[in-house]
Design a protein around this ligand. Structure first.
Ligand code: GDP
Ligand code: MN
Length: 381
């Protein structure tokens, strides 16, 4: 889960990292009012969950509140790499002397946190990595002993930071590491970390990615989670613990496992149909989860048939079959279902499904073909 810059910097501030955090605004008028409160000059920054905002025209300085409103008007609604700007951050502007890059990320191959720093801040770090790989200093953190003072010196000397700023830098990186650990982050990045013309060190930008699997113990971050880009169905699915993506077709899909869900969608397309959604109900597949999934699928009026494709491994086929039958007992629908269950307890599942008079397919191809045909009979385009 990615945090917006303002959320990342709020988190930085809470951990004692120096930031100059202003206010978020949804309209030009709100941006003007924010600029009046903060005091000009300000910088108006697009809040989108992607980088490279500066280059895309999403970061603009404003000398007066009216200019802040004008810049906000230009930035709001902008499309940055497929993300529409709905929110801007109005921050006090600062005079930059030096831009530094520093980030902590999870190096899965090394199974350790990795700190990266570079004097080439402000730019695209991927570009620096390609063009000047030696300009990035890398330090791995041994989880048994934690971040060591000598490593902080290694980083500071490695990027050629003047000695006068070593203490501030070491303190900031230590706090960034605290953020990384406290937030269960897989990335905590400051680009640029700046030195102002008066020698102050500040985190000017912030990017934090929180491990979504840790959200159960990150309730504050989870509660502040942005879901404005999700459809109602996607939001309901997320709350039910289902992996669901809305699509435009007519065949609803209920599958266990992301890979199998992708394969099911491909086979539907192979037989001339169009999937209405991607849905991975995950392992276990208890009856209540099946019911929630079916309710979400059937709420989509474009759905003309539903394909249920279950591979029973740890998940028991008969349990899923009972879940489907129980769910259908609670949901009034005339949409036809085609079910294919193989693997653990598949025979028992077939018996349950046959008794419930559901369509079934012995193979995925057979089931998908049947679903496509039923959808077509019911007027699917
Ligand atoms: P990004 O392009 O999405 O990474 O957005 P940043 O927050 O990193 O901003 C991009 C660039 O805008 C920075 O590298 C700075 O050069 C510039 N910038 C941002 N805030 C200020 C500011 O307060 N004053 C000045 N002079 N430049 C700023
Ligand atoms: Mn940046």
């Amino acid at each position: 889960m990615d945090l917006f810059e303002y959320q990342a910097k709020r988190l930085f501030g809470a951990h004692g990292i120096p930031v100059k955090l202003g206010e978020v605004a949804r309209t030009p008028d709100e941006a003007r009012a924010a600029a009046e409160r903060i005091g000009c000059p300000v910088v108006v920054k697009a809040q989108v969950l992607t980088g490279g905002r500066g280059k895309a025209g999403g970061v603009k300085l404003a000398a007066t509140p009216d200019e802040a409103a004008e810049k906000a008007r230009a930035i709001l609604g902008l499309d940055i790499k497929g993300h529409t700007v709905k929110l801007v951050l109005v921050d006090p502007a600062v005079d930059i002397a030096t831009e530094i890059y520093v980030a902590i990320t999870l190096d899965r191959a090394a199974r350790r946190a990795l700190i990266m720093a570079s004097a080439e801040g402000g730019m695209d770090i991927e570009q620096v990595a390609v063009e000047k790989p030696d300009a990035i200093v890398r330090v791995h953190i041994d989880p048994a002993v934690g971040l060591q003072p000598y490593q902080l010196r290694q980083l500071a000397f490695g990027i050629g930071l003047p000695a006068a700023h070593h203490a501030a830098f070491a303190d900031l990186v230590t706090r960034l590491h605290n953020v990384f650990e406290a937030a269960d982050a897989t990335l905590a990045e400051v680009n640029p970390l700046i030195l102002t013309t008066t020698g102050e060190m500040l985190a000017l930008d912030g990017k934090v990615t929180v491990d979504a699997s840790a959200l159960y113990r990150q309730s504050a971050l989870a509660a502040d989670r942005y879901d404005g880009d999700l459809t109602d169905a996607e939001r309901a699915a997320r709350d039910a613990g289902l992996n669901y993506v809305d699509l435009d077709g007519s065949i609803g899909c209920l599958v266990n496992g992301a890979g199998l869900a992708m394969a099911s969608m491909d086979v539907i397309k192979l037989f001339g149909g169009e999937p209405a959604n991607f849905l991975d109900i995950g392992g276990g597949a208890q009856a209540d989860k099946v019911e929630k999934a079916l309710r979400i699928i059937l709420a989509d009026t474009r759905v003309k048939a539903v394909l249920i494709n279950i591979f029973g491994g740890i998940t028991r086929g008969d349990e899923v079959a009972r879940g489907i039958v129980a769910a259908l007992g609670n949901i009034a629908t005339d949409v036809p279902f085609v079910v294919r269950i193989v693997g653990t307890n598949a025979e028992a599942a077939q018996t349950i499904l046959a008794d419930a008079k559901l369509h079934s397919g012995a193979t995925l191809a057979e089931a998908a073909q049947k679903a496509v045909q039923l959808a077509a009979e019911r007027g699917a385009a």
